[in-house]
Design a protein around this ligand. Structure first.
Ligand code: ADP
Length: 389
């Protein structure tokens, strides 16, 4: 049976020791006894006690001297001093030194049981307080670590922004010179030279894509929380993005479908951010869809939100990759094996922006069949009213 408490009685009087045992054991307490301070101290050090009844005057010293070593072992052990009439003053001193209470000899079983129960309740409360203090300390530590991580993340973004920014001009400059050579404006080239320079040009395209993605990612991260967002109608932005990709879609014989809604659909965002967001999702849909497929953008309303869905009939995403898509530089296994190039940064940028606009993004995909990215963003009230009317 589980004990109500582990009690140690340290008293040189056999009568007190056995009296305590007789009174407390039937109440469900586990009672241990020691006849001297030396033995009592040894037992405190060897075993776990919840409460110690401590005689104030013992042949080998004063019980009060045990308070310190007992609390060194466990500061929540409750010490109750057993005192005679003549030693009340000493008992008061004991309380000042950390004893919980005292009972004067002779005492009744009821007084003893009540004092022990109160002492154990006090122990339970102290332990609970300590537990809550630890949780509080832990929470404060987590806040500190979170702030430190945000600081480091900002440092990383600033560094990335600086490097990408410094790289873009020389790379773009080099590519423009390369294109001049490819066009034959710097003298004739043989077939092999043209082929090699085309490959260099392709690699430079990839390098510029990486630089641009790094810049977008750093920009999406460096937005200050208090930077004001504007009410923006998403219809013309999506239309513009669809138009920008129409040639690319035609080249791959992909049917590109978007039916704009007549009414304005306003969300709180930034125009640049929305272009980046939709460009990334549309670019991916076309990039990961093979010839003859289709890509559709649709708008729906749900509760107080607008849902913008980009669906494609492309290669899909393996199930195990889906949870990692928002990580920086992550590319799904089917794509890594393919020849389709990419940086793995687009969706991290998308995620940052959607969160910035208090929205959400969800992906539904079946490998080999297609993918849907559903962006949900809170609607501005005025546009919701328009929509209802
Ligand atoms: P990437 O530059 O590689 O396209 P993103 O961050 O934009 O990087 O996307 C991360 C990964 O998510 C891609 O590498 C690809 O594996 C997967 N992915 C994103 N969009 C699609 C899509 N429409 N169809 C299939 N896979 C996609």
């Amino acid at each position: 049976m589980e004990t109500k408490g582990n009690i140690l009685v340290i008293d040189d009087e056999l009568g007190i020791r056995e009296g305590c045992r007789r009174a407390l054991t039937p109440q469900g307490f586990d009672v241990h006894t020691a006849a001297s301070m030396k033995d009592g101290l040894q037992m405190v050090q060897d075993e776990e006690f919840d409460l110690v009844l401590l005689d104030i005057m013992m042949p080998d010293g004063r019980g009060i001297e045990l308070l310190e070593p007992i609390h060194e072992k466990d500061e929540d052990i409750v010490c109750v001093i057993i005192t005679g009439y003549a030693t009340i003053e000493l008992a008061v001193k004991a309380i000042k030194q950390g004893a919980y209470n005292f009972i004067s000899k002779p005492f009744t079983s009821d007084t003893l049981i009540m004092t022990v129960n109160q002492g154990l309740e006090k122990r339970r409360l102290s332990q609970e307080t300590r537990r809550l203090q630890k949780i509080e300390q832990h929470a404060a530590e987590l806040v500190r670590v979170k702030e430190e991580m945000e600081r480091l993340d900002k440092f990383k973004s600033d560094f990335m922004l600086m490097v990408a920014h410094e790289l873009r001009s020389p790379v773009a400059g080099a590519q423009s010179l390369l294109r001049t050579i490819l066009r034959g404006l710097a003298g004739d080239l043989n077939q092999q030279q043209v082929e090699l320079l085309r490959r260099v040009n392709l690699r430079m395209d990839m390098l510029l894509e990486l630089i641009n993605d790094l810049l977008s990612l750093a920009a999406s991260k460096s937005i200050e929380p208090d930077e004001s967002l504007e009410l923006i109608n998403i219809n013309p932005i999506i239309q513009q993005v669809v138009n920008n990709f129409s040639v690319q879609a035609e080249d791959k014989k992909i049917s590109l479908i978007f039916e704009p809604i007549e009414i304005p659909v306003a969300v709180l965002a930034t125009e640049d951010g929305l272009f980046t967001l939709f460009n990334n999702l549309m670019g991916n849909a076309i990039k990961y869809t093979s010839e003859g497929g289709s890509v559709q953008v649709s708008l729906d309303f749900k509760d107080d939100c607008v849902q913008i869905t980009f669906s494609d009939t492309g290669i899909g995403i393996p199930k195990e990759d889906v949870p990692h898509l928002w990580e920086e530089f992550y590319r799904a296994s089917n794509v890594r094996k393919s020849e389709i190039t990419g940086t793995g940064l687009g969706l991290s940028i998308v995620k940052q922006l959607v969160e910035r606009y208090s929205g959400d993004i969800e992906v539904i995909s079946a490998e080999g069949k297609g993918t849907k990215f559903i962006v949900t963003m809170p609607l501005d009230r005025t546009s919701k009213n328009d929509q209802v009317s």
